[in-house]
Write a protein that binds this ligand. Structure first.
Ligand code: PGA
Length: 264
């Protein structure tokens, strides 16, 4: 079973910073055996091609885009298409992050169209879902996210579903305004997601304030197949540390001979 551990850099990093991160990540991976852990990194669109150049086809790291339009081309000022991000080196597309739903008007319908576009072009959709605090407080977490997923994946065939990754990212736990979730409060939503979709999709990930001190606990929640990380992985040392924790927790791979934390 693949353990997915990835990071979106959101709106961060110059080209020089992005290339340095990618190069240091490859160096770090040279010193590790991560077993079933599959790293993925999602730079801003401006840095995709430069990062792909550094990765140079190294399939230890899956490269992703933070967004892509549902149309293949056309008069969509400011947007990038799935063929364009694929051309720049992306093999995965993040779709429906709450920052995009909340700030840029993404709806369940545009999310559905984008998932279909990613699949049409052979990229892995990383579908993000998550409920706001009010919904959680009212006990509606599972129902809310199941509805988001159902709308996003409506009409897909079995083979298409098998290429989809789902990241459950409760809005109340994301970013500097969020709080780290207690694994106990994530059990039920993951059980619900797993029951409805676990057999059909490629994996169920958790995201929101993931950090070295909570990563092992989060990976221990039943049905969690990986972690989707923001801030704690924006420096490559932090990301490598999370990859090590994932490899240790899931019993895959070996720690490097030298302590990575003093070696980077
Ligand atoms: P965070 O971001 O780890 O910084 O909370 C998570 C996300 O938005 O995916």
């Amino acid at each position: 079973m693949t353990v997915w551990v990835g990071t979106s850099w959101k709106m961060n990093k110059t080209l020089a910073e992005a290339k340095r991160y990618a190069a240091e990540l490859l160096e770090g991976l040279d010193r590790r055996q991560l077993g079933a852990v599959q790293p993925f990194i999602i730079p801003p669109a401006t840095a995709l091609s430069a990062v792909a150049g550094v990765l140079n086809g190294d399939d230890r790291v899956l490269l992703g885009a933070q967004n892509a339009h549902w149309d293949d081309d056309g008069a969509w000022t400011g947007e990038v298409s799935v063929p364009q991000v694929a051309d720049a080196g992306a093999r995965l597309v993040e779709i429906g992050h709450s920052e995009r739903r909340g700030n840029f008007g993404e709806t369940d319908e545009t999310v559905r169209l984008k998932v279909a576009a990613a699949l049409r072009h052979g990229l892995t959709p990383l579908l993000c879902v998550g409920e706001p605090a009010e919904v959680k407080d009212a006990g509606g977490s599972s129902g809310f996210i199941l509805q988001q997923v159902a709308r996003a994946l409506e009409g897909l065939r079995e083979e298409q579903l098998s290429r989809v990754l789902i990241a459950y990212e409760p809005i109340w736990s994301i970013g500097s305004a969020g709080r780290a979730a207690d694994p106990e409060e994530l059990r039920e939503p993951f059980a619900a997601l797993s029951e409805a979709w676990g057999e059909q999709v490629a994996g169920l990930l958790y995201g929101g304030s993931v950090a070295p001190d909570n990563a092992a606990g989060l990976l221990g929640i039943p049905h969690v197949d990986g972690l989707f990380v923001g801030r704690a992985a924006w420096e490559v040392d932090g990301y490598l540390r999370l990859l090590d924790i994932a490899a240790e927790t899931t019993g895959s791979g070996n720690r490097p001979a030298q302590d990575v934390r003093t070696n980077n």
